[in-house]
Structure formats: structure tokens, C-alpha cells
Design a protein around this ligand. Structure first.
Ligand SMILES: NC(=O)C1=CN([C@@H]2O[C@H](COP(=O)(O)OP(=O)(O)OC[C@H]3O[C@@H](n4cnc5c(N)ncnc54)[C@H](OP(=O)(O)O)[C@@H]3O)[C@@H](O)[C@H]2O)C=CC1
Ligand SMILES: O=C(CO)COP(=O)(O)O
Length: 342
């Protein structure tokens, strides 16, 4: 069935998801905060700021009026940076239909509260939404999705019907959507992999090779899933598209902003100049901060995250960080191999 869908956020991911929806025949209202950018997207069918050179469907119309964007829409998809999520939910809540299906596509935590995005959404929407709330996660660079290159993702929700509706809405021949009931795991895996992508970029920026990259991916997956499981994720999610799938895509791709930020840091640039040079959201920076605190709170060992925290926020030299990781005490590969493990 053809639907009217509001997509909130016209950065690269919101625009790419709007394209998938338009390819599926849906009418899309794309919310962007800058009125000039809204007009340009609607009239030129392009989003030159975030996805230059890409022709967008005429089924996508942009607006800077958030109330008009969501008013009477049966489906709203949120694709804004994590730091903007709470305020955006507050802004749109008064105009939201009470039976709306909300899908979010955001890979991050709220820094101050350390909450997942679905928790923030539920706090700000003034009616029961958990049974109509889903997340989309997995290896999906906007630059490839918008060019209709084969992509697979997961939609996760506590509600079977919301999951199936989201799958039907987004799935097409280029964009394959799997369902997964583990909402917590899909959110955590999608957010936490960005930390490791920063590390992988840094390793490349330092001139290290494939061995170092493989080590970061493998040991990185071990520590992010350790935290994920402690916070309520299900193990298969970290072994699936939202986990290892997105980890591989982000740690090895020229499209990844997190990988690129790490690369520039590895080459000796300072965090501020790196973020300015990239000019798009690099979620892994805040997520490293959040995860470092969560790891302490939950008593979970996350050595890569901790070293990255030092490089990002305490002026640690990346090379010293690598020495610190390589010089850790001897240990079993996994805690399950340790005879003392309970
Ligand atoms: N890009 C990708 O391939 C993918 C991204 N994601 C996730 O999607 C989320 C959005 O990322 P993405 O689209 O890539 O980000 P971009 O950096 O491409 O775009 C960010 C968008 O958010 C807007 N924005 C920034 N700050 C605020 C604010 N305070 N209030 C309202 N709007 C704001 C920007 O508007 P303005 O231009 O006016 O600053 C812009 O439209 C992130 O969590 C990311 O991890 C997930 C999968 C793939
Ligand atoms: O999550 C992503 C791809 O799945 C996008 O990663 P970056 O934010 O690092 O570009």
C-alpha cells in the first residue's frame, strides 16, 4: 500500500532512506531545518550539501516546517544525529498522530543520560509508542543506498507487527530488509561499531596493515558485544548485520565518516580540525565517551574504547595507545576459555 511518510533529517542518511521509500512508490515529506535547503531539494530534486550529484525522485518534497511534515502522517522515520534526537522529538510530538509508526535510523547514545535512542523517544512522545517503534540498523552507507547498490539491513522492534510493517515499507530489490526482535541489540550494535571504526581508521592513518585492522575488528567486536550483552542485547544480533556486518562496512569503507575521522587522527590531526574537515556527523566520538562511562558502570573490560577515549579527549598519542594495547597483561582469547570463568 502506498503511504505518506515523513522523514525527519535531510542529511545523507535521511535523504538516502527517503529515496528508498520513493523507489517503493511512497510519497515522502523530508524535513530539513534550513528553509533554503528545503526549497532547493524540492525544486532541483537534489541534496547537493549531503549527497552531491544524485538525482532524487519527484515523490520527495522537502519542508522546514516540522509540524506540517509529521501532521497526519501514519509513518515517521527519524534520521537525525543522536545529539539532536531529544529536542526533535519534543518539537514534533504535538503534531504526531497517536497511531503513528515511528522508525529511527540513528546510531548513537544520548551523552548525558547514556540512553539509547528508543529510550529517548519513549520519554518524549506523550503516548504509548513502544508497540509502534522500530529501529533500522546494519551495513548501509547512504552513498551506496542512494545509487541503488545492493544493501542489506535489519529492522528491529519489540512488536512483530511494527517490524513487519517496517520491512514491507522499505524492502525492495536493491534494499533487502531482515527482521530481528532484538531492538536493544540492534541499537547498541549500530552505535558501538562506530568506536571500532574510529580505531580502524586510526590504524590505517598510522600506516599499519591488514593484521592490525583484523585485530581491531575481532577484538573490537569482542568488547562491544561484551558491553552489549551486559546491557540486554541478544548474542546473535552482534553476529548479524547490525553487528559484524556493520562493523566490516564501517571499518573498511572510504564512505565511513568514523573511519575517516580515525584516519585523520592517526595522521596527527587534532579532533577539532578533523570534525571540521569532515563536516558531517561522526557519531563514534560521542559514543566513545558514552561507552567508556558505561564500561566502568557495568564493570566490562573495553581496552580499545578506553585507549580511543584517551586519544580523543586526553591528548594521548595514537602510537602510544597502540603500545598500550599491545602491552596489556597476558590473557585468554575469550573469558569462556579461562578455567576460572564462572
Ligand atoms: N550516512 C550514513 O550512511 C548512515 C548514517 N546513519 C546514522 O544516521 C544518523 C544521521 O546521520 P547522517 O544523515 O549521516 O548525518 P549528516 O551529517 O549527513 O546530516 C546531519 C543532518 O542532521 C541535521 N542536524 C544536525 N544537527 C542538528 C540539530 N541539532 N537539530 C536538527 N537537525 C540537525 C543536519 O542539518 P544541517 O545541514 O542544517 O546542519 C543534517 O540534515 C546518524 O546517527 C548516523 O550514524 C546510519 C546509517 C547510515
Ligand atoms: O553506519 C554507517 C553505515 O552503516 C555509516 O557510518 P559512518 O557514520 O561512519 O559514515
Amino acid at each position: 500500500m502506498i503511504q505518506n511518510v515523513a522523514v525527519i533529517g535531510a542529511g545523507s542518511w535521511g535523504t538516502a532512506l527517503a529515496s528508498v521509500l520513493a523507489d517503493n512508490g511512497h510519497q515522502v515529506t523530508l524535513w530539513v531545518r534550513d528553509p533554503k535547503q528545503a526549497e532547493a531539494i524540492t525544486t532541483t530534486h537534489r541534496n547537493e550539501k549531503y549527497l552531491p550529484g544524485v538525482e532524487l525522485s519527484a515523490r520527495i518534497a522537502a519542508t522546514s516546517d516540522i509540524h506540517a511534515a509529521v501532521h497526519e502522517k501514519p509513518i515517521v522515520l527519524l534520521a537525525v544525529p543522536s545529539h539532536a534526537m531529544r529536542q526533535i522529538c519534543r518539537d514534533l510530538a504535538p503534531s504526531l498522530a497517536s497511531d503513528v509508526l515511528l522508525i529511527h535510523a540513528v546510531k548513537g547514545f544520548e551523552l548525558g543520560t547514556l540512553k539509547r535512542m528508543s529510550e529517548v523517544i519513549q520519554e518524549e512522545i506523550p503516548f504509548e509508542i513502544s508497540s509502534r517503534l522500530a529501529v533500522i540498523s546494519g551495513p548501509s552507507h547512504a552513498e551506496e543506498v542512494v545509487r541503488r547498490q545492493p544493501t542489506t539491513v535489519v529492522v528491529a522492534s519489540e512488536s512483530e507487527s511494527s517490524m513487519l510493517r517496517s520491512q514491507d515499507l522499505l524492502m525492495n530489490r536493491n534494499f533487502r530488509v531482515y527482521t530481528n526482535p532484538d531492538l536493544i541489540g540492534a541499537e547498541l550494535a549500530g552505535a558501538l561499531k562506530n568506536i571500532i571504526a574510529l580505531g580502524a581508521g586510526m590504524s590505517d592513518g598510522l600506516g599499519f596493515g591488514d593484521n592490525a585492522k583484523a585485530a581491531l575488528l575481532t577484538r573490537g567486536l569482542a568488547e562491544i558485544s561484551r558491553l552489549g550483552l551486559k546491557l540486554g542485547a541478544m548474542p546473535p544480533t552482534f553476529a548479524g548485520l547490525a553487528g559484524i556486518g556493520d562493523l566490516v562496512a564501517t571499518c573498511t569503507s572510504k564512505h565511513s565518516r568514523n573511519w575517516r575521522a580515525g584516519f585523520l587522527l592517526g595522521q596527527g590531526k587534532k579532533l577539532e580540525e578533523v570534525l571540521q574537515e569532515i563536516g558531517m556527523v561522526v557519531e563514534g566520538v560521542r559514543t566513545t565517551q558514552a561507552a567508556d562511562v558505561l564500561a566502568k558502570r557495568e564493570d566490562v573490560e573495553m581496552p580499545i574504547t578506553h585507549v580511543l577515549y584517551g586519544v580523543l579527549f586526553e591528548g594521548k598519542d595514537p602510537r602510544q595507545g597502540v603500545e598500550q594495547l599491545m602491552g596489556r597483561l597476558k590473557t585468554y582469547e575469550t573469558e569462556y576459555l579461562n578455567p576460572d570463568h564462572v
